[in-house]
Write a protein that binds this ligand. Structure first.
Ligand code: PEP
Ligand code: MG
Length: 753
């Protein structure tokens, strides 16, 4: 039996439509188990009913669509969200025979909810003749298969819906549900990103133009060689010898005639360049893998790496020539910062990702740019969407493909209303963030991309509470050298001159992997992240600190922030390196000014070290994105745990409150720079805690300002007092949304259709 549930799931996944998938389910389950009937019902959420979608062994009744209400046994399964086994269904108080069909036979009943992302998508049911019981093995099989099927049904339903939308079926309520990444509404044209292809998956293909393929391949090799050699030279003063040696190995491998000549030979034999290159790399890597010497064996990895690099080059060339539509909605498995940056300014209106979650960095960037984004649409048949008209509803986390004129009109109206609200908020621009009883709470901006600076200034940010320095690192092909970093930081400090600018030192690791410094870790979010990376690589860290200190000379508005601090030792070491960078600059006769220094509180250990940390530095800055992730043990990038990921969880709020009290006792200010600060509800609680500054993406500045201007500190404290005593996040959400509604500044209304 164990093998057969796998087979069934495989068949269901391969079914071309939802209807086919459901037919496979009932047919195969009935075959696999000694039962008399099997049926699958899907939930009609709008009408609170269960619709019979496929059945085997059940008399279908009049032929009309069979719909069952919530009162019967199906309703019981959905309510309880668990397996229900009833030996004599007719005797059960929830048994409801249906006059026109046999959909609730009176024998033994086995019902299992099909749950995906907390929603009961449907119910899988089996029946036996009266008095024939289900045995343990049958029940185990049934439970196992139902658990697997929910995901497949969700995927098949999404594909089905997209197909119906594409075929022009006009259904106002047809949309695909995802997870919210950034609020707002956009109408535009989908532009599908090329998937990042793995070299091993490149197929063989007949070359159309053998000479052209050979030339393109040789150019790619020569370019890659040049680029590697110059990166290695440029970085000579920055990198340790072992890191530099990596570059040299690659240059040498590409110079190896075997790799090039074998590929050319394959191209001339008729394979296209990528297929020929894949075959050559596989062959050479295999030779090394067979070697006895462990060192030589690891050369196989280098060969594969170089293989991937050339592939990326050829793909980049393709991507560079890409034309993006006027109102572009980027659609991809994931959408990276580089891909966002590749779309000409002003054209990008929406982002849609198959993976990701509310707190993934793509989402953070989308919010920073004010671009509506929906993520975690795993089942979307992306390949069919390129060039389609699309609506992204970032409030309800839905997308509409080829929308009907009615839907389109409703969203166009919505965009007009949004623009009007934005104009209202703009009117607040010159007003301070001041409570009704006169307390000021300075609002700073979080920035990372070049374009953020203008948005922050435009929205009257009173400073920069977080500049994510890793962004320029992620956008380059090699570590930016000191001069390059100096220019970036200097320009930023000058743009905000006199207002404080907080430069966070490199926070790579986790989901921010430098393409030119790959790190293989089982669990990267618990690995070499943030300050750990910098302390492991003082040669890179010192360059960054020098660039920052030089940029501050004569301006004196820099603040330095260390990320992911989990021990006081890390702070001492980082401060030591900062002092050393300063000393060395002065010894070299360069102008450099030492700034105030802060540490991020984003790891539970830092919460409980807040006093010791506050004694060592000038300010603390709470990163609620990671603090929530690490306190609640929920991955900020995992769409399956978006519900438990909640920065308004009472444990997170109590932790922040503890940090504020500890820092204030030592006379040190506290800033909050995670996404919680940009949420009007979160901002109110932080105001109540007495947080000294809030830092958020620029598009949130005016909404948060409006919230602060609508409350007194006293009321914010009362809300905080109530929230800190609550036991779960839902109650806190309700409390705050009630308060915001009461003040007339509730959240954006729900979808217009
Ligand atoms: C945070 O963790 O809250 C934070 C601001 O840092 P990042 O989102 O860059 O990890
Ligand atoms: Mg963080």
């Amino acid at each position: 039996m164990l093998l057969s549930w796998r087979q069934i799931v495989r068949e269901v996944n391969a079914a071309p439509s939802l209807q086919d998938a459901l037919a496979v389910i009932v047919h195969r389950v009935k075959d696999a188990l000694p039962i008399d009937a099997c049926a699958v019902y899907l939930t009609d959420f709008a009408n609170d009913q269960y619709v019979l979608m496929a059945a085997e062994g059940l008399s279908a009744g009049s032929g009309d669509q069979v719909r069952i209400g919530r009162e019967g046994l199906l309703g019981l399964v959905a309510e309880r969200r668990e397996l229900i086994v009833v030996t004599n269904a007719a005797a059960h108080p929830r048994y409801r025979p249906s006059p026109e069909t046999d959909e609730e036979p009176d024998g033994s009943f086995l019902g299992m909810p099909l749950i995906h992302y907390h929603r009961v998508l449907g119910i899988l049911v089996a029946w036996k003749e009266p008095h024939r019981e289900f045995d343990r093995d049958e029940i185990t099989f049934f439970v196992t298969i139902a658990a697997q099927l929910a995901k497949a049904i969700h995927a098949a339903a999404a594909v089905d819906e997209v197909n119906r939308m594409l075929s022009g079926e006009i259904h106002e309520d047809l949309f695909i549900q995802g997870v919210q990444a950034a609020a707002g509404v956009a109408i535009g044209t989908a532009a599908l990103l090329d998937p990042l292809v793995k070299l091993e998956s490149i197929p063989d293909r007949q070359a159309q133009n053998v000479d052209g393929e050979e030339a393109a391949f040789r150019i790619a090799v020569a370019d890659a060689q040049r680029e590697l050699a110059s990166s290695s030279e440029r970085l000579a003063p920055v990198l340790t010898d072992d890191v530099r040696a990596l570059f040299d190995v690659y240059v040498m491998l590409l110079g190896n005639d075997g790799l090039v000549s074998d590929t050319v030979e394959r191209i001339r034999a008729g394979n296209w360049a990528l297929g020929a290159w894949r075959a050559t790399i596989a062959e050479h890597a295999h030779v090394f893998e067979q070697m006895e010497d462990a060192y030589l064996r690891t050369r196989a990895e280098d060969i594969r790496e170089i293989g991937q690099r050339i592939l990326a080059r050829l793909q980049t060339d393709l991507r560079e020539s890409r034309q993006f539509p006027e109102r572009c909605i980027l659609v991809g498995e994931t959408v990276s910062i580089t891909e966002i940056a590749a779309v000409p300014t002003g054209r990008l209106v929406g982002i849609v990702c198959m993976r990701g979650s509310t707190l993934s960095h793509t989402a953070v960037i989308a919010r920073a740019l004010g671009i509506p984004a929906v993520v975690s649409l795993a089942a979307l048949p992306a390949a069919r969407l390129d060039g389609c008209e699309m609506i992204v509803d970032g409030y309800e986390a839905r997308i509409y493909v080829q929308p009907s004129p009615k839907v389109l009109q409703a969203f166009q109206q919505r965009i007009v209303e949004e623009t009007a609200l934005a104009a209202r908020l703009v009117a607040l621009r010159e007003q301070p963030a001041e409570t009704l009883d006169g307390t000021r709470l300075p609002l700073y901006a979080n920035i990372g991309l070049g374009s953020d600076t203008a948005a922050a200034l435009d929205n009257r940010a009173e400073g920069v509470g977080l500049y994510r320095t890793e962004y320029p690192f992620l956008l380059r092909e090699a570590f930016p050298v000191e001069e390059e970093q100096y220019q970036i930081y200097r320009e930023l400090l000058e743009s905000f001159a006199t207002k404080p600018v907080t430069l966070r030192t490199l926070d790579v690791g986790g989901d921010k992997i430098l393409p030119y410094f790959p790190v293989q870790e089982e669990n990267p979010f618990l690995g070499c992240r943030g300050i750990r990376f910098s302390l492991d690589h003082p040669e890179i860290f010192l360059i960054q600190l020098r660039a920052m200190l030089r940029a501050n000379a004569g301006l004196d508005n820099l603040q330095v922030l260390f990320p992911m601090i989990s021990t006081v030792g890390e702070v001492d070491e980082a401060l030591g390196l900062l002092a050393r960078a300063h000393r060395e600059l002065l010894e070299e006769g360069r102008a450099a000014t030492k700034p105030p220094v802060g540490v991020m509180i984003e790891v539970p250990s830092a919460v409980y070290l807040a006093t010791a940390l506050a004694e060592r530095v000038d300010f603390l800055s709470v990163g609620t994105n990671d603090l929530t992730q690490y306190m609640l043990a929920v991955d900020r990038n995992n769409a399956q745990v978006t519900t438990p990921y909640d920065s308004l969880h009472p444990a997170v709020l109590n932790a922040i409150d503890h940090v504020v009290k500890a820092a204030h006792l030592r006379g040190k200010p506290v800033s909050v720079c995670g996404e919680l600060a940009g949420d009007p509800a979160g901002a109110l609680l932080l105001l109540g805690m007495g947080v000294d500054t809030l830092s958020m993406n620029s598009v949130s500045l005016s909404r948060v300002k409006l919230a602060i201007r609508s409350f007194t500190v006293q009321r914010a404290r009362a809300l905080l007092g109530a929230a800190l005593n609550m036991e779960d996040g839902f109650a806190i959400h309700r409390l705050l949304h009630g308060a915001l509604e009461e003040a007339g500044i509730g959240r954006g209304k729900s979808s217009p259709v």
